[in-house]
Design a protein around this ligand. Structure first.
Ligand code: ATP
Length: 907
């Protein structure tokens, strides 16, 4: 076991570090040892898991204003009411609290598991295998691989570095990347910013690769030591949460004023005595205060997040859940999203240079050509490949040809790497053996051809490993031009055009094309410009990546749903056009290259964006410009991205979507949503989920507010006309219980209406409470009002005898209670769909609603049949005729509501 000692790791040699941590480099830790260390050192997380228990949630629920009000009502009942009434009130308060706590607890759990899903993983060597492990499971002694685009997962002592550069600005404030070197051993007093043999948790690998041994995890890391001093980030409220918060705030005041007025007026008009007035006022206040509104929003969003996660779309910012439904333009990457991301080498030209091309490709690989096993799937037959799929495909093909990268590493020293960047569209690596320096270059054909002066013609031995003519010649000569004369000819303009034509031809068949080139030098070049000139063109490699089978159908869905798709790729125009055609873009879809894009002014480009368009040879900067322009067209823009440079576009978009498999940590951090499978279909499913969620949320809130408004109207009417508050306080509390559950759960679980993806996207500028929502809300409130008021007026005979007999208060309360419950079950059912009939939607398709309605109606039957319950809730028996009147009144009004709504609100 490794003792918990803080050491000065940068002043220790690699051997000392390995010995101190009891680990062997080639093997890494065994799984058993790693598990033991995890228990001893704890998880590798900086933010400690919230120590929230269900008791915290219970306490929060108990101290909510609404529950406090309820408890106040309960207390007053204890003094003024009867014993069984008090028991009943507290029983209902108990149920309410139970439901709130259960909901809240489940929501928090769902959010926590979403956070866990979004957690990045690290690549470690365990028991001799390369495995992917969650960052939180890393332990001191783990051997980890560092690659460009990923954050360093823990503090590590580096043991191997190839052109490794790390952005340490989060720790040191230094904005320039720091080059790392595993070979050095530093003095103990070296400041953090100069420890070249260390890489620290939270910093970002921007270039090259490395291997390191984890020396500190979690709060023991340098980042952990400062991170825990920082205040915990309070999650931002989404626009919907803010709107609902404001709505709740204003409604609270309106509700309080109205209920106070109603109670005082009823008392002054001597409709009720002081005790009843106080109890009714409290009960009414408790019913009308929409305290649950913000809770419903959070619950709905979390529920949405959970449903999206089931679709393999992981929400990083809750805001995405509500914005997704409004997306009207998707800017989507090609590789992996539209295509399968299963690259294979399909052709190498000229064939005789195949081996040499692939050797150059292997030497010039930015990502590690290693196979990675998923930890929980250790015996999987097909391991994934770490890093760029293009390079993985090249390495795989090279291995098939018998190229041995390991043999190279024994003979040659990696000296420099000038990584791929989407602007240059090429990369190079510099290797040295004694005084021979080789520059291996690969990249987009036009980019590499522009740097070539020569063309390789004849090879005595294909392999770069064997001494070949150019190299031997070079030994005797000084200039590289004389070195290559034996087997290399100048690349004339004509030949260059020939190669470009060949590349275009391969691209138009849908292939990604790379050109391979080399250069032999006397010294190690200092920068990319020096390395990438006077190159010898060796050949072209074409890679195929088949389009995903489901994409044509999904694109069709997008068209039907009024969502425009812009395909953005760094690939050749020919490749982009061919793949676009294969997945169902119209043959006449406009295609622009990055260069053409640069020549268009904003207005012209905006005009292009009003229709689907394909953008080829694009850079992340082009992507950013497109997103900004699309946003100014008042579009709701979703954009996908994977590279480090995609972060600005991801942040700028309304919904930034990072790729879970290919995505760099920077892209994931900038994104609102992560697609676990990088899949375009998943994105469109997520948009569908977003639309459904918003539609259901709107129904739920409309219904919820309509119930409140209906009740306020009913009570006001009663008080102003001298009938009084037509409910007993206890009844109001029971109503609250049912309304709460009905509104928040049943309508949110409503399945999609059939045309959900056949309608244009929602206009994100429209306020939530727009004209349609408001008119629907008022119509629903009016329906409830009429059902209850007309119900009790006709049952109690007031209509016929108004003013002649004293009102039968208990009969009024009993009938309005029944009318209310029947009416609001009917209304909930009527509000299930906006555009489809209930028959089309399926009468029984929402099981939650069915269950809730059955429970409510079952409760009514029990109340009708069991005398003690009748006595408690109704206080007055009703005849069958009364029941029939109320039932048909509720049914009739709900039918009227649906009919008028069809004519008026939802034509
Ligand atoms: P997509 O949208 O399809 O994912 P992309 O925008 O990621 O594509 P880039 O990775 O920028 O495209 O690739 C652009 C071009 O650069 C490719 O057509 C290819 O010729 C070349 N290229 C891609 N990857 C590499 C690499 N690892 N090394 C050298 N050249 C590369």
């Amino acid at each position: 076991m490794v003792p918990h000692i803080r050491r000065v790791w940068h002043s220790m040699s690699v051997e000392q570090t390995l010995a101190a941590l009891h680990v062997a480099l080639p093997e890494g830790l065994s799984e058993k040892e790693a598990q033991e260390r995890l228990e001893s050192f704890g998880p590798n997380t900086v933010v400690p898991k919230p120590s929230e228990t269900i008791w915290h949630v219970l306490w929060e629920a108990l101290t909510e204003p609404m529950i406090l009000l309820l408890i106040a009502v309960g207390m007053l009942y204890t003094f003024w009411g009867e014993v069984w009434e008090t028991v009943m009130v507290f029983g209902i308060i108990g149920i309410l609290i139970g439901v709130e706590v259960f909901n809240d607890w489940r929501t928090r759990k769902a959010m926590a598991s979403l956070r866990e899903l979004a957690q990045p993983s690290a690549v470690a060597r365990r028991a001799g295998r390369v495995v992917e492990v969650p960052v939180s499971c890393l332990v001191p002694g783990d051997v980890v691989l560092l690659v460009a685009g990923r954050r360093v997962p823990a503090d590590v002592r580096l043991v191997e570095t190839v052109a490794l550069a790390v952005d340490e600005s989060v720790l040191t404030g230094e904005s320039l990347p720091v080059e790392k070197d595993a070979e050095v051993t530093l003095s103990e007093i070296t400041p953090l910013a100069e420890r070249r043999n260390m890489a620290y948790a939270g910093t970002l690998v921007v270039q090259g690769r490395g291997l390191g041994i984890v020396v500190a995890t979690g709060l023991e890391t340098e980042w952990g030591r400062i991170a825990h001093q920082m205040a915990e980030l309070v999650p931002e409220k989404t626009p919907l949460q803010q709107t609902m918060g404001q709505l709740a705030y204003w409604t609270v005041w309106a509700a309080l004023i109205l209920t106070a007025f109603t109670a005082v007026w009823a008392y002054l008009r001597q409709l009720v005595n002081a005790r009843e007035a106080v109890l009714s006022g409290l009960a009414l206040a408790f019913f009308t205060i929409p305290e649950e509104l913000p809770i419903i929003v959070t619950m709905v969003l979390a529920f949405g997040g959970w449903r999206l996660a089931r679709q393999r779309a992981i929400v990083r910012r809750l805001q995405a859940v509500e914005t997704l439904g409004a997306v009207s333009l998707i800017a989507v990457d090609k590789t992996g999203t539209i295509t399968e991301n299963r690259m294979t080498v399909v052709a190498v030209l000229p064939e005789r240079h195949e081996r040499r091309c692939l050797e150059l490709a292997v030497l010039c690989s930015e990502s590690l050509p290693v196979e990675v096993h998923a930890q929980d799937n250790a015996h999987a037959t097909e391991p994934a490949w770490l890093g760029d799929p293009t390079e993985a495909a090249l390495v795989k093909r090279a291995l098939q040809l018998g190229v041995a990268p390991k043999a190279w590493q024994r003979l040659w020293l990696p000296r420099r790497e000038f990584p791929f960047d989407p602007l240059r569209k090429r990369m190079s690596a510099v290797w040295q053996q004694n005084e021979r320096v080789l520059v291996a270059v690969k990249g987009a054909p036009e980019s590499v051809l522009a740097c070539c002066r020569w063309e390789l013609q004849h090879l005595e031995s294909e392999s770069l490993l064997a001494p070949i003519a150019p190299t031997d010649t070079w030994h005797k000569t000084e200039s590289s031009s004389s070195l290559i004369q034996a087997s290399v000819v100048p690349l004339t303009e004509e030949r260059s055009n020939y190669w470009q034509q060949l590349a275009n031809q391969l691209a138009s068949e849908g292939h990604r094309v790379l050109a391979l080139a080399e250069r032999w030098m006397h010294h190690v070049p200092t920068d990319a410009a020096e390395a990438e000139q006077d190159l010898i063109l060796v050949g072209l490699i074409a890679l195929a990546d088949p389009p995903r089978a489901e994409v044509p159908a999904v694109l069709q869905q997008c068209r039907a749903a009024g969502i425009r798709v812009v395909l953005i790729t760094g690939d050749h125009a020919g490749t982009a056009r061919r793949i676009a055609l294969e997945v169902g873009f119209a043959p006449d879809t406009p295609l622009l290259t990055g260069a053409e894009l640069d020549r268009l002014d904003d207005a012209a480009l905006q005009a292009q964006l009003r229709q689907p368009v394909i953008i080829a040879r694009a850079t992340p900067q082009h992507k950013l410009r497109l997103v900004q322009l699309a946003k100014s067209l008042v579009e709701c823009v979703a954009v996908t991205g994977d590279g480090m440079n995609d972060a600005p576009a991801l942040r700028a978009a309304h919904v930034g979507i990072a790729m879970g498999q290919r995505g760099s940590d920077v892209a994931r951090e900038a994104a609102d949503l992560i697609l676990a499978d990088d899949h375009f279909a998943t994105l469109v499913h997520a948009i569908r989920e977003g639309r459904l969620l918003f539609a259901n949320f709107s129904k739920s809130v409309r219904y919820y507010l309509a119930c409140k408004l209906g009740l306020v109207g009913t009570c006001l009417f009663g008080v102003l006309t001298g009938v009084g508050i037509p409910f007993h306080p206890l009844q109001v509390i029971v109503l609250e219980l049912f309304v709460d559950l009905g509104a928040s759960l049943a309508l949110v679980a409503e399945p999609a209406e059939g045309d959900l993806m056949q309608r244009p996207p929602r206009d994100p500028r429209q306020p939530f409470l727009n004209r349609q929502v408001l008119s629907d809300l008022f119509a629903a409130a009016a329906t409830l009002f009429v059902v209850v008021t007309l119900g009790y007026l006709s049952v109690s005979g007031i209509l016929q005898t108004w003013g002649h007999i004293a009102f039968q208060r208990d009969l009024i309360a009993a009938s309005s209670f029944i009318a209310w419950l029947l009416g609001h079950v009917g209304l909930a059912w009527a509000m299930r769909t906006d555009r489809f009939s209930l028959r089309q939607q399926g009468w029984l398709s929402n099981q939650m609603m069915l269950l809730w309605a059955l429970l409510t109606l079952g409760f009514l039957v029990l109340v009708a049949l069991i005398p003690p319950l009748s006595q408690a809730f109704l206080r007055h028996s009703l005849t069958w005729l009364h029941w029939a009147i109320l039932f048909f009144m509720a049914l009739g009004m709900c039918v009227v509501f649906r009919l008028t709504r069809r004519l008026w609100t939802h034509p």
